[in-house]
Design a protein around this ligand. Structure first.
Ligand SMILES: [Zn+2]
Length: 453
C-alpha cells in the first residue's frame, strides 16, 4: 500500500490530532449528547462486546471468541472474556454468531439527491443522507462533490458536535467544469479564475476538489497544482475534454467511477496502458462497481423515499444502468479493469455515488460491495472499505482497524461478511467514536424522507 506524499501526511496528522482533541473534549459530556441520544442503542461509555468473531480489517483471517472492551470512545482491550478483569457493573453485549468489522470508509458519497425526475438540480439532504450512511455501517465518508460545499461543511460540524447522527465527513468542493452539464456546475473559464477559486475554497475549509468532464487540460493541470500548494487533493470525474492519462500525469489524486471516467476503448491493450499510467503516477481509483444494481423492488430501501417523491417515478424511468445487461461486454471490461488495477498494485477504493432513484444511500453501498464480490474475495472488499481507505486518507493510526488503542468505529454484523459479502446487509449495531447506534432507530427516522430532506 502506497503512502501519501509527505506534505499530505503532515496535514492529515494535524487533522487527526484535532480530531483527538475534539474527541477528548466531547467525551467529557459523553452522555448528554441530546441530538443523537434517541438514535443510540445505549448510552454507556464503557462496555463489552462479548464472544465476537473479529475481522480486524487488515486482511488476516477472522478470530473467534474474542471480546472487545470499549471505553471513552476507544478500544481499550481485546481478549477472551475470562482474561478481562472487568468492573462488575459494566454493560455486556453478546455478539454470539456475529462478526465485528471496522466501520466502513466510503470514498464517493454525496449529501444531495436529485430533486425530481425532470430536474438536474440536486437538493441538499443534511439529515436523511448522513443518517442512512451511518445506519449502513459507514463511519467515515468522503463526499465527492457538492453544489453547496459550505452547507456540507455545516453538516460536518453538526455531526462532529454530536448534534445529529452521521459519519465523519471529508468534504469535497463544487464541480469545476468547462461547459454546463448540470445546472449547478461551477464553470471555470481560464487558469487565472481556477487559481482564485482554489485559493478561496481552500480558505473556506474544503478538503478536496472535483474536476469534471469538460474541464480542459490546461485548467485541470492548474487546479491540481494549486490544490496541492494549498494541501488539498483532487478527485476527477473525467470525460472527453481531458484524458485520464493526461490528468494522471498532472498529479490527479483519485480517479472516480473507475474506467467509466476514461474515454478509452475497453480492449486489453488500452486497459493495460491505462493501468500502467495510473500506477506510475500514483493515482488511486475509486470504483462504484458500475455493474451494481439497485432495485426498485428492494422494498426496505424504497421505504426510505417520501411517498410524494416516489410518485414522480411511477412511470418507468429510463435508467441506463438497469437497461444494460449486468454481464454486457462493457460491464465485464469494467470488472476486469478494477481487478487488473488492483492486482498490479494499485489502490482501489469504493463509494456508491447514490444520488438518483432507485439508489438509496447506504443500501446502495452494500449493493456495490456485493457486486464487487463478483471479482474480489469478501475479505478483499472489506479491506478496501476499511484499512485501505483509512491508509489512503492518512487516518490509519486511529481508524480502519479493530485494534487496541484505536477509535471505536465498529460494525456488528449477523453472519460472516468476510466469507459471505451479502451478510454486510445484516447490521445489528454501528459504533462510531465509541457511541453505539441502533441501525433500526436510524433507519426509522429516515423512512419516508428521501427526496424531501
Ligand atoms: Zn458522484
Amino acid at each position: 500500500m502506497r503512502k501519501l506524499p509527505l506534505k499530505h501526511v503532515a496535514s492529515r496528522v494535524f487533522c487527526t490530532s484535532i480530531l483527538t482533541i475534539a474527541l477528548l473534549l466531547s467525551s467529557a459530556s459523553y452522555a448528554s449528547q441530546e441530538g443523537i441520544a434517541s438514535f443510540l442503542a445505549f448510552s454507556d461509555e464503557s462496555y463489552i462486546i462479548k464472544d465476537a468473531r473479529i475481522f480486524d480489517g487488515s486482511g488476516v483471517p477472522a478470530k473467534e471468541g474474542r471480546s472487545i472492551w470499549i471505553d471513552k470512545g476507544r478500544i481499550k482491550k481485546i481478549a477472551s472474556i475470562d482474561k478481562l478483569s472487568l468492573p462488575d457493573d459494566i454493560k455486556v453485549i453478546s455478539a454470539k454468531g456475529k462478526t465485528v468489522i471496522p466501520g466502513l470508509i466510503m470514498m464517493h458519497e454525496h449529501l444531495a439527491y436529485l430533486s425530481s425526475p425532470k430536474s438536474d438540480i440536486f437538493d441538499l439532504h443534511p439529515n436523511t443522507i448522513p443518517t442512512l450512511l451511518l445506519a449502513s455501517g459507514i463511519t467515515t465518508a468522503r463526499t465527492a462533490g457538492s453544489d453547496l460545499p459550505q452547507a456540507d461543511i455545516s453538516v460536518k460540524d453538526s455531526i462532529n458536535a454530536a448534534k445529529q447522527p452521521g459519519p465523519n465527513l471529508i468534504i469535497t468542493g463544487p464541480y469545476f467544469n468547462g461547459q454546463r452539464q448540470f445546472s449547478s456546475d461551477l464553470l471555470v473559464s481560464n487558469t487565472e479564475e481556477a487559481k482564485l477559486l482554489v485559493k478561496f475554497l481552500a480558505a473556506k475549509g474544503v478538503e478536496w476538489l472535483k474536476v469534471y468532464s469538460s474541464l480542459p487540460p490546461e485548467v485541470v493541470k492548474v487546479v491540481i497544482e494549486e490544490a496541492h500548494k494549498h494541501d488539498l487533493r483532487v478527485a476527477g470525474h473525467l470525460g472527453p475534454a481531458t484524458s485520464c492519462a493526461q490528468a494522471a500525469e498532472y498529479g490527479l489524486d483519485t480517479l472516480e467511477h473507475s474506467i467509466d471516467s476514461c474515454w478509452v476503448k475497453r480492449t486489453p491493450e488500452e486497459m493495460t496502458r491505462l493501468v500502467n499510467v495510473l500506477i506510475k503516477n500514483d493515482v488511486t481509483v475509486v470504483t462504484n462497481a458500475p455493474w451494481r444494481r439497485d432495485s426498485p423492488n428492494d422494498l426496505e430501501a424504497i421505504a426510505m423515499y417520501s411517498p410524494q417523491y416516489l410518485d414522480d417515478f411511477k412511470e418507468p424511468t429510463i435508467n441506463k444502468q438497469s437497461s444494460e445487461n449486468i454481464i454486457s461486454p462493457r460491464n465485464k471490461a469494467a470488472m476486469q479493469f478494477d481487478r487488473q488495477f488492483y492486482d498490479a498494485g494499485g489502490t482501489l477504493l469504493m463509494g456508491a455515488d447514490a444520488i438518483v432513484y432507485p439508489q438509496v444511500p447506504g443500501f446502495s453501498n452494500h449493493n456495490m460491495m456485493i457486486a464487487l464480490g463478483m471479482r474480489f474475495t469478501p475479505a478483499e472488499v472489506l479491506q478496501m472499505a476499511t484499512s485501505d481507505a483509512a491508509e489512503y486518507l492518512g487516518i490509519e493510526k486511529e481508524r480502519g482497524l479493530v485494534k487496541v488503542g484505536y477509535i471505536a468505529d465498529l460494525v456488528l454484523v449477523d453472519g460472516s461478511p468476510d466469507k459471505e459479502i451479502k451478510d454486510i446487509k445484516n447490521i445489528s449495531l454501528v459504533i462510531k467514536d465509541g457511541r453505539a447506534y441502533d441501525p433500526k432507530k436510524l433507519l426509522d427516522s429516515a423512512k419516508g424522507r428521501l427526496g424531501i430532506d
